[in-house]
Structure formats: C-alpha cells, structure tokens
Design a protein around this ligand. Sequence first.
Ligand code: C5P
Length: 397
Amino acid sequence: MHRLRNKRILLGITGGIAAYKSAELVRALTGAGCDVRVVMTAGAQEFITPLTLQALSGNPVHHSLLDPEAEAGMGHIELAKWADFILIAPASANFISRLATGAADDLLTTLTLASVAPMAIAPAMNQAMWLDAATQANINTVQQVKALQIWGPDEGQQACGDVGPGRMIEPLALAQTLAQQFENKALSGKTVLITAGPTREAIDPVRYISNHSSGKMGFALATAAQEAGAQVILIAGPVNLNTPDRVKRVNVQSAQEMLSAVESHLTLCDIFIGAAAVADYRPSDVATQKIKKHNDDMSIHLVKNPDIIAHVAAKQDKPFTVGFAAETQDVLRYARGKLENKKLDMIIANDVSNQEIGFNSDDNAIVIIDAKSETVFPQATKYHLAQQIIQTISHKL
Ligand code: C5P
C-alpha cells in the first residue's frame, strides 16, 4: 500500500446501498497516505452524508457543478487535472449508462470527461440489473471507448436478498488494486529529508551573517526525490523559492533551528541529503537591541555552529547520508576528506569558483563521490543533476 502515499485520488460515489462502504474506502486510502477528494452524485447523498466523507477525507466534499463557493475553492477543471487517478465506487447502473453516453449533466460525469487521469469503476447493483443486456452493453462501451478499468463486481449475497454478481468489491481490496496501479519507482516507500538554502545567524534584531546560497540545488533534489516516489521533507533556510509539489516544507533561519528541525524529522527517514550552506559560525551573543555605531572598528565574537550532517551521520541507525562539498580549489581532495571526516555515504563535489555554475545559478557541474567511486556529471541544469543524484542514491540503497 506504500505506493499510495502522496497520491491524489478522486473518489466518485454514486447512488447505491454500497455507498456506505465508501466511508471505509476513504479511511483505507487516507490511512495509506492518499490525498482523497470525494465527489458525490445526488443519488449518493441519499445513502451517505457529505459530512461523513468530509470528516474522513479531511477535504471538502464536491457535489455540485454550479456551486460558486466550491468553484472558487477548486474549480471542476482544476479538480479534473488534480487527480492522479479517478475511482468511482460504487458505480451504479444508471451512472454507468450516463458514462457510456458521454453525459456531462452533473459534476462527476463532467469530471470524467474533463480528466485525462486513469480511471476505474467498481460497479455495484442488483444481480439482475448487472446481468441485463443494456448494462453489459454499457460496460463494453465504457471499457472500449473510455479505456477505463472495471473492478468487480463480486458475487454473493446482496443487500436486497438476491444472490449473484453485483456486490461492490470490498474497500480494502479496492485500495489494494488501486495501489497496484502506481508503478514502483526508484524511491517508492522511502522518506527523504533534505536541508537547503543558507542559514542566517543573528547579530542583533536587524542584522545577520549569511551566504549566497539560493537553495536551488536542494529544492531541485526535493522535486526529483518526490517524482521518484519518495515522501520528501524539505528543511529550508531563508530562500525565495516555491515549495515543490507534494513536498513538506519546514522553514528555519539559523543553523541551530535547522538542526532541531532535522532532529525532529529524522525518525523513519531513509535518506538524508545535506544541501544547505549552513553558516559555520554564529555570533556568540545576539544583541537584544540594534547595535549603535560608535568606534571606527568593531569585532564580533563567533562560535562554531553544530555540524548538522555530521550529527546525522553519527547516529547508530543513520539514514543513507549524502553531503555537498562546495569548493573553490582542490575540489576532489577536499570533498573526499569531508566524506571520510563526516562519515558520509556519498558526497557531491562542485566547484563554486566558476561563476557560470554553483551558488546562484540554475546550472551546476558535479562529481558524485563515494568510498569506491567518482563519477563526473558535466554542466547541466540543477534539476537534471538532481535526477542523476537521486538515481545514483537509489542504486546504493
Ligand atoms: O564542512 P562543509 O560546510 O564544507 O560541509 C558541507 C556539507 O556539510 C554540506 O552537505 C552541508 O549541508 C553540511 N553541513 C552541515 N552543517 C554544518 C556545516 C555543513 O550540515 N554546520
């Protein structure tokens, strides 16, 4: 079920007694880490309330095509684009017939037309209705024309007392079938913790010591790790970048704050990537008031900051730990020294003396170094290199 983590599932519920089981399905999906948005037809609301499904999914339930409030929150086209997968469970005989004709007279039918996401229906109805030639013809049509999958129905005792085909597949089995739809990616089921950007070390309430790190490499790594199927937590220093899609971001300022954010997210983390340019020193005392200029010179006493990555790598059950070595000379020798001294599993060396790459640029050029190998990756975008780094890490796990 780990493949469901972070997946966006649009669950359509139509009118039928099996609709009460959709509540259990929503629980199974959210429990597996899905973001679930429920869309109900008018018929579905006769069997189960939107409030129940809202409480279980943690999201507003959508049911009207022409509701200005819902459209302002997430419009129907936006919702259609949002979904990674559309599952309609239960799918009634009437809904399947409307699907077969390409109807767009309510929110759910409109969404099925507007979305290019893969789709499945879990039919549920009386056995005679399921076996009826009209229903079977509709099933053939939706399978062929709309290329959607039909999951079930199961056979057995029905709510109406009949016995035969027409029972909705049980919620847990539906969730498992849904999980199988998502390919196993390089980092599926893994949690990755990434630090990015600079830190700011306060001198007084208005001044600080920092560096030129843009955070772009760390953010690109977060994007690439998320796309490789991982759950990603990004501990970001002060940077001017948008949070990558589906990444949990924690903003920090100082190295000490970064360390405590890392500490509190480290459990269950499989991979740690220290891409932050952590300030090595901080002022020993932070003035409580703005420091006034008096003398021609002044000095600030600095103390060493904690080495966050070394701290992580020293843990007994440490995650696979990857550091960065931004150097201006003798790049490979310094990088290998850091790999050994900080007890890292891998280090990414880059030459920041070259203005075209490194700190503020969109490009970089790197060497991936571990105990046994050195692999050169020539100049490319940080996103492209992030994908290479993530692939390389996944092969070492
Ligand atoms: O020692 P140096 O700063 O060159 O090492 C760089 C690597 O160590 C990077 O991965 C950086 O994120 C990490 N680092 C850290 N905490 C520090 C200093 C560096 O995590 N205080």
